[in-house]
Design a protein around this ligand. Structure first.
Ligand code: HEC
Length: 270
C-alpha cells in the first residue's frame, strides 16, 4: 500500500460528500479515483492487464449504481441527448466523433510499435557439442578430430588452394543467402530469421570455435541443437542432406580464410 497516494484520494472522496456535484461528475471522480488508487496506490505496482480488468469491473459497478435511481438515469439520458442535439455542443461533439477512432488507432499503434522482445528464456548460443556424430554412416570424432585438409596448408599449398576454391563455391552456392557475402550474417534472407544467422566476422563465433564444432553445426544444423539452444527457432539447415563431408571441411577452411580468423586449437590438458 502506498498511503501517500491513497490518503489524498480518500480525503478528496470524503470532501466530495459535501459538494453538490451532479451524478455525472460524481461517476467521473469515482472512476478516476479508482484508477489512481489501483495504479499508484498499491505496492508493488500491478501489471497493466490486471489494472485493465479491475477498471472494467469498476466501470460496470459504477454503471450498475447509476441504474439504481430513475432520477439519475433520466439526468444522464437528458445530458446525453443535449450533448448530441444542442447546437452549442456541435464542436465538442464533432471533436469526440473524430477523437474516438483516433484514440483506438493510437492504442493499436502503441501496441504495434513496441520493439519485439526476445523470449524470457535465454538461449545458449554455443552449447557444448556431442563428443562424436554420425555423418552419412561414418563416425566423426568432435573432441580429437581435425579438419583433414588443414595440414595441406603447410604441406601442399597448391592442393590447399584447390580446397579453398571448392569451399568458396560451396559457400556462395549455399550459405551466402543467410550469412551474407561479407560473412556478417546479413544475407538477403537474414532479416526474416530470429535468431539472426551467425556473424562469422564477430570474434565470438567461429574465431573461438574448433573446426570440428563447425562441422557438427553445419552437418546437423538447427535440428541437431540440444534443448538449451532451442527456445528460439534457428533456421540453420542440416547440410548433411545436401553436402559431402569434403565439401563441409572445405567450406570451413574457406570461412576462416575469408574472415582472417584462426580456428580454436584443441586445448592440451597437462
Ligand atoms: C536459411 C538460412 C541459413 C543458411 C542457408 C545457412 N545458415 Fe548457418 N545459420 C543460420 C542461423 C539462423 C544460424 C544461427 C542459429 C544457430 O546457431 O543455429 C546459423 C548458424 C551457423 C553456424 C554456427 C555459428 C556459431 O557461432 O555457433 C555455422 C558454423 C553456420 N551457420 C554455417 C553455415 C554454413 C557453412 C552454411 C552453408 C553451407 C550455412 N550456415 C547456411 C542460418 C543459415
Amino acid at each position: 500500500m502506498n498511503y501517500l497516494v491513497l490518503a489524498p484520494i480518500v480525503l478528496v472522496m470524503i470532501a466530495l460528500r459535501f459538494t453538490r456535484l451532479n451524478i455525472l461528475g460524481w461517476l467521473a471522480v469515482w472512476w478516476i479515483a479508482a484508477y489512481l488508487a489501483i495504479s499508484y496506490g498499491i505496492e508493488p505496482p500491478l501489471p497493466s492487464s490486471i489494472i485493465g480488468m479491475f477498471m472494467g469491473i469498476v466501470t460496470l459497478a459504477l454503471l450498475a449504481y447509476l441504474t439504481v435511481r430513475t432520477d439519475d438515469m433520466n439526468f444522464v439520458k437528458r445530458a446525453a441527448i443535449r450533448f448530441l442535439t444542442d447546437k452549442k455542443y456541435t464542436l465538442p461533439l464533432a471533436l469526440t466523433v473524430i477523437a474516438l477512432p483516433l484514440l483506438a488507432a493510437f492504442n493499436v499503434y502503441l501496441d504495434a510499435a513496441k520493439a519485439p522482445q526476445p523470449p524470457a528464456a535465454g538461449r545458449t548460443v554455443h552449447p557444448p557439442p556431442p563428443t562424436e556424430i554420425t555423418f552419412k554412416g561414418k563416425k566423426i570424432d568432435l573432441v580429437n578430430g581435425v579438419n583433414p585438409y588443414r595440414e595441406l596448408q603447410a604441406e601442399d599449398p597448391e592442393a590447399f588452394r584447390a580446397h579453398l576454391a571448392n569451399g568458396r563455391k560451396v559457400y556462395f552456392q549455399n550459405c551466402v543467402f543467410c550469412h551474407g557475402d561479407n560473412m556478417e550474417g546479413k544475407g538477403l534472407f537474414a532479416h526474416a530469421f530470429d535468431p539472426l544467422p551467425a556473424n562469422f566476422q564477430d570474434p565470438t563465433t567461429i574465431a573461438m570455435l574448433q573446426e570440428t564444432y563447425l562441422f557438427w553445426r553445419i552437418a546437423k544444423g538447427a535440428p541437431g541443437l540440444p534443448e538449451e539452444s532451442t527456445p528460439w527457432a534457428s533456421a540453420m539447415p542440416a547440410w548433411e542432406h545436401f553436402l559431402s563431408e569434403e565439401e563441409i571441411w572445405d567450406v570451413i577452411l574457406f570461412m576462416y580464410e575469408y574472415t582472417g580468423h584462426k580456428p580454436r586449437e584443441k586445448e592440451e590438458v597437462h
